[in-house]
Design a protein around this ligand. Structure first.
Ligand code: HEM
Ligand SMILES: *[C@@H]1O[C@H](CO)[C@@H](O)[C@H](O)[C@H]1NC(C)=O
Ligand SMILES: *[C@@H]1O[C@H](CO)[C@@H](O)[C@H](O)[C@H]1NC(C)=O
Length: 495
């Protein structure tokens, strides 16, 4: 049996060892300012896990645009430099790897099979296909057409909203369901088991921090159960060639790549497509919600937007002029402002070779070369770019007209020189779903305001940040209740 003394001695040795290791941790002069944190081994992990935002803000205040925090055995360098640093980091795919960073979570978060997660060439092939399909205008048009038709079917005269009159609706639930449904149908076709997947998916997303913090299974039973359900359903979907044949060109062409490889099991398909659904829906659903909600909350702005919607309806073809709507300066400004305020993404990389970045400190003239160590992680929190008062006065306020030409130099500064708007990241891994995400938000905005009179009955919810820092477009901390009334004359008939 172990005596207490022995245990005490062992603990003392371990603590001494850790403390020594902690004291020896350091960084060279050519490296970013280094913050070890107070506790051996765990470094700044506790403060970091509770709520990273205030910690990062105070470090930013003290050390500037780049610094390294030691968290649980890892050196994490935080960088937010719209002048030089971010651009260089995003374009350097030879020394900074997104794929290797993702290796940490592909299996543990999304349930990738080992064989898929380890096959870099295969993953690269899939990623290139996603980019090729989603940046092709005709292929994307195929997807967005289904998106429009499906969204309309959710709110038209045969829908549950056909007769609503002063009905109180939670606009967040409405958006979450409708954007998820229309997008799932547009990508996966009529065979997508929406009814079986939606609730467990939502459950997984709501428990995401438990996965990111690697809670053991017994502390996150519901989360794991929900994830398994989604994975099972996706696996069965891909074992059914008939259902797959009804899906979009994106899903079919990815399917063909799987079928031509050695990765053909239900689990191989499920993990990968779960990640695609997550990358897409966890961001575009709340983004589309915030666009609509912020416009609804501002009566004057809402009237202006309704006017734009009316103007871009063509009675001859009985269609909205989607291209014109997507390019309308006010609608785009509202969308961009939403992305600026609500994109809570850490663009992250593993440093695969030592590299040197030029980083600005206070200004362009005050830059310095900084070395990143091989094996460390680079984290670029997009909201540190987007919530910067030097660029965006009153940064935490949603101002729908901020991005209008007339407000350049007033509500946005240094826009021509600095890269301070980057909700999609940049360089080699810039989001391939960005065009689709704009469509989703605009389709919902247009159909909702065209068919309903929407009247807010409470204040907008606040976005949740806290321990969800970096976990995707911010979610609201509660629902947003509004009154829905079916318009007697939809905006298209006014035209
Ligand atoms: C408002 C919605 C969205 C936002 C804010 C967003 C944001 C981002 C960002 C910032 C990145 C780059 C990450 C990095 O640099 O580390 C990214 C990557 C990615 N996004 Fe999106 N995204 C959105 C919607 C979508 C949609 C609709 C899809 C649909 C398929 C999608 C698929 C992807 C994929 C596959 C990648 C990885 C690209 C790669 O590995 O090179 N995203 N997204
Ligand atoms: C930026 O300036 C601060 C002082 O304002 C300094 O502590 C910090 O080390 C500088 N950062 C770099 C990367 O030079
Ligand atoms: C990436 O970084 C390495 C190491 O600093 C450098 O040699 C290379 O030129 C960089 N590549 C790009 C595209 O900036």
């Amino acid at each position: 049996m172990l005596s207490l003394e022995l245990i005490a001695a062992v603990v003392a040795i371990i603590v001494t060892g850790l403390t020594l290791q902690h004291v020896l941790l350091s960084a060279g002069n050519d490296e970013p300012p280094f913050i070890k944190g107070p506790i051996p081994c765990l470094g700044s992990a506790f403060a970091f896990a509770r709520d990273p935002q205030p910690l990062l803000r105070s470090l930013q205040h003290k050390y500037g645009r780049i610094f390294t925090v030691y968290v649980a055995g890892q050196r994490m360098t935080f960088l937010w430099d719209p002048i030089f640093g971010n651009r260089q980091a995003w374009s350097n795919t030879s020394s900074l790897s997104l794929g290797l960073f993702m290796q940490y979570i592909l299996q543990s978060l999304f349930g990738y099979t080992k064989s898929v997660a380890a096959d870099f060439e295969f993953l690269d092939h899939l990623a290139k296909k996603v980019v090729a399909v989603l940046s092709s205008k005709p292929l994307l048009a195929d997807i967005t057409k289904t998106l429009q038709a499906t969204y309309l079917s959710l709110v038209d005269d045969n829908s549950r909203y056909a007769n609503c009159n002063d009905e109180v609706i939670d606009l967040y639930e409405y958006c979450r369901h409708n954007v998820y449904y229309s997008s799932a149908r547009a990508l996966f076709g009529l065979g997508f088991p929406f009814e079986k997947i939606y609730q467990p998916y939502i459950r997984f997303e709501d428990d995401i921090t438990k996965f990111l913090k690697r809670y053991p299974r017994f502390l996150n039973r519901e989360g794991y159960k929900a994830r398994e359900k989604v994975l099972d359903e996706l696996g069965s979907f891909f074992m059914d060639p008939h259902r797959v044949s009804q899906s979009s060109v994106l899903v079919r062409s990815l399917y063909d790549i799987f079928m031509a490889s050695t990765h053909k099991s239900p689990a191989d398909f499920a993990g990968y497509f779960f990640a695609i659904i997550f990358a897409s829906k966890s961001n575009s659903v709340p983004a589309a919600f915030w666009v609509l909600a912020n416009i609804v909350a501002d009566a004057g702005l809402k009237t202006e937007i309704e006017g734009i919607i009316t103007k871009h309806y063509d009675p001859e073809s009985d269609e909205f002029e989607w291209t014109a709507l997507m390019e309308d300066p006010l609608i785009m400004s509202c969308f961009k402002e939403t992305m600026r305020l609500n994109t809570n993404i850490l663009s992250s990389r593993l440093v695969t070779h030592d590299l040197t970045l030029k980083v600005a400190n206070k200004s362009e003239d005050d830059s310095k070369n900084v070395r990143l160590r091989e094996g460390s992680m680079l984290m670029m929190p997009l909201n540190m770019l987007h919530w910067n008062p030097e660029v965006y006065p009153d940064p935490m306020k949603w101002i729908g007209k901020r991005f209008l030409e007339e407000n350049q130099g007033i509500l946005i500064r240094n826009v021509d020189k600095w890269r301070s708007y980057a909700p999609w990241g940049g360089g080699g891994h810039i989001c391939p779903g960005r065009y689709l995400a704009v469509y989703e938000a605009v389709i919902q905005l247009v159909y909702t305001l065209a068919l309903f009179d929407v009247e807010p009955i409470e204040d907008l919810p606040a976005p949740i940040i806290g321990d969800r820092y970096g976990a995707g477009v911010l979610k609201p901390d509660r629902g947003y209740h509004v009154k829905f009334t079916r318009r007697k004359t939809p905006l298209m008939s006014v035209a």
